[in-house]
Design a protein around this ligand. Structure first.
Ligand code: DX5
Ligand code: ZN
Length: 235
């Protein structure tokens, strides 16, 4: 299971992942189908607990409900204080990738290993002010790094370019590691993120606050295509 969904995510990359934070929660089934029609291949789910971050969103029942309506891989971003505790129910609900925050745990390698044991793909996330050094102990044993370009917690914040340096460093050291960016991604910031070596681009406002998901996805995908990292020698 984990292998197949990881392959599906890798095959989709480079890809825009709509973040289900600013969507219409009264019509999740319709939103999923509109996003699919607009070209989405992977969905990003923002789980917040009102403790690790001040905001609160949703958890297993919504993941499970979405799972019933789509076969798209579900990339679950856990912005919660005790990710290991909720990892199993999240996997049972249908998560394909579980990404936890390094700031939330005491031993990043141990948490990664605990989640890995559940047979799911594992990601580690770090906020803009958190150094890359903090995630190094788990890098050999994870599938993805989520580099936050805003402080986790809310959609609609301003892009922090510190994420670009982290992406560049990770990409040069780990050519095969999946890299994801999240926060403030729009048609102006997605190109630099792609040029820095990013594979997966989480987008909230720049999709959900527009009139056409399809048009928004196209503009973003065109910018990804225009900034192929292998063609841009550090420019
Ligand atoms: C922020 C979330 C993001 C957010 C992105 O804590 O993790 O996924 O929804 O939204 P925008 O694109 O509006 O920054
Ligand atoms: Zn997110």
């Amino acid at each position: 299971m984990a292998k197949a969904s990881l392959e599906a995510i890798r095959n989709a990359a480079p890809a825009v992942l709509p973040s289900l934070l600013l969507c219409d929660f009264g019509d999740l089934k319709g939103e999923v189908s509109r996003l699919r029609d607009a070209g989405a291949e992977v969905l990003h789910l923002d789980v917040m607990d009102g403790h690790f971050v001040p905001n609160m969103t949703y958890a297993m029942p919504i993941v499970e409900g979405l799972r019933r309506h789509t076969d798209m891989p579900l990339d679950v971003h856990l912005m919660i204080s005790d990710p290991a505790k909720y990892a199993r129910p999240m996997v049972e609900a249908g998560a394909d990738m579980l990404t936890f925050h390094v700031e939330a745990v005491r031993d990043v390698a141990e948490t990664a290993a605990q989640i890995r044991e559940l047979g799911v793909n594992v990601g580690v996330a770090l906020n803009p002010e958190t150094s890359l050094a903090s995630i190094r102990p788990c890098l050999a044993d994870i599938d993805m790094v989520l580099v936050m370009s805003v402080e986790a917690g809310f959609g609609g914040q301003k892009f922090n370019p510190v994420a670009l340096e982290k992406l560049q460093t990770l990409r040069s050291e780990f050519p095969d590691l999946l890299l994801e960016i999240d926060g403030g991604i729009d048609p102006t910031t997605i190109g630099p993120a792609r040029a820095a070596g990013c594979d997966l681009f989480v987008v909230g406002s720049a999709i959900f606050k527009t009139d056409s998901y399809a048009d928004a996805m196209k503009v973003l995908s065109d910018q990804i295509a225009a900034h192929d990292p292998s063609a841009e020698h550090g420019s």
